[in-house]
Design a protein around this ligand. Structure first.
Ligand SMILES: *Cc1c(COP(=O)(O)O)cnc(C)c1O
Length: 373
């Protein structure tokens, strides 16, 4: 089975991990700050604070802006649940904004959702496709809102020559196994705001600061969201190959773009010249006539070894969300969910694999009868 995404681990990664395992510090050592500095340098931001997951990083970011009961966060329903779950954990209410047909939040629909309770906007760079970040930042500035960008898919994405991570108040990255680079599990907050960075370090480690000798003080209620030195050693090693990973994914994506132009079954999402995507995902949008056959298509592709997946079930459709916030339906989100399939696109694939994926996909779709009316 060729999965839709997969980690790439080579001997240099293994050596880096083993060396750190044999060292004095498995956690709390210098690999952590080395990895943070390397990330900050790569992104061109002042500070990076790594944590044990992007979920932890989102939770900390919301805590830093003082998110609490009564507050609202405008976010996208087309995401992994953690983007809004962590706002709920702070007592806030997620307000779901509809998306564009490229999977990103529809920035034109945000302003109508802003209320006196709105505290932040938390969009996602879907599949690595960078958000129109300057527009979002201007909107946040105008209404005095925080911009928390969930860039879990987008480490290394760029728009208008600017890397994802340099604009928002805080940008969140994920190093889960199949994200652009991995530390097994892991995440980070990137920020140019030094006070936010200091808060992030504090909340990551119990809210405790060291004083002199054995003395310490706990100044706020924090968590243990630390990332180990072993994980950071892997991250450092992976970061060296990130550009290569992105180039590989782009090569496959561009081949797919050409190969799938004007086919009768689905459209793809164009990434224009102003952008560079990590292509964490390569999403297809099936033609409406095939929506009712999606289960059949999904199963047929799995039988043929294509590990396609669907991103995402709209978060408001989860029973937990329905219980808390009632039934919701956003039109483009609903359509996108019915249409979307993510096909294999990752740095472990050869161009021969990509050709096989394309051939198998087109053959399979040709054999699907379409909907019974
Ligand atoms: C993967 C992901 C997360 C959570 O990342 P973890 O590191 O697994 O906690 C959050 N948001 C989005 C959009 C993701 O894809």
């Amino acid at each position: 089975m060729i999965p839709y995404s997969r980690q790439s681990i080579d001997q240099s990664d293994i050596d880096a991990v083993v060396e750190t395992l044999k060292g004095d510090f498995l956690t709390g050592g210098k690999k952590v700050s080395d990895f943070e500095e390397a990330l900050a340098h790569y992104l061109g931001v002042k500070h990076v604070c790594v944590m044990n997951s992007a979920t932890s990083a989102l939770h900390v970011a919301y805590q830093i802006i003082g998110l609490q009961k009564g507050d609202e966060v405008i976010t996208t329903p087309l995401t992994f649940a953690a983007t809004s779950n962590t706002a709920i954990q702070c007592g806030a209410t997620p307000i779901f904004c509809d998306i564009r047909y490229d999977g990103n939040i529809d920035e034109r629909k945000i302003e109508a959702l802003i209320t006196p309770q709105t505290k932040a906007i938390a969009p996602v760079d879907f599949g690595g496709n960078p958000l129109p970040i300057d527009t979002l930042k201007a909107l946040c500035d105008k209404h005095k809102l925080f911009l928390i960008e969930d860039a879990s898919h987008a480490l290394g994405s760029q728009i208008n020559g600017k890397k994802v991570g340099v604009t928002a108040d805080m940008t969140i990255f994920s190093f889960h196994a199949i994200k652009p680079i991995t530390t097994f599990e892991g995440g980070a907050i990137a920020t140019n705001n030094t006070a936010f960075y200091e808060q992030a370090k504090l909340l990551r480690s119990h809210g405790i600061i060291k004083k002199e000798l054995w003395n310490s003080d706990m100044v706020t209620l924090g968590e243990n969201y630390r990332l180990s030195d072993v994980a950071c050693a892997l991250g450092l090693s992976q970061l060296k190959r990130l550009e290569h990973f992105i180039d590989k994914r782009n090569e496959i994506a561009h081949y797919y773009d050409k190969r799938f132009a004007n086919n009768p079954y689905f459209t793809t999402i164009a990434i224009d010249q102003t952008k560079r995507s990590t292509y964490h995902l390569y999403p297809l949008l099936l033609d409406r006539s095939l929506w009712c056959s999606k289960e059949e298509i999904f199963q047929a592709l799995h039988v043929k070894g294509l590990g396609v997946q669907v991103h995402y079930k709209p978060v408001y459709q989860f029973s937990y969300y329905k219980k808390l916030f009632g039934e919701q339906r956003l039109e483009t989100t609903e359509d996108f969910y019915k249409a979307e399939l993510s096909i294999p696109c990752h740095q472990g694939m050869s161009m021969e694999d990509a050709r096989m994926v394309a051939d198998t996909l087109l053959e399979t779709l040709a054999s699907i009868k379409g909907c019974k009316r």
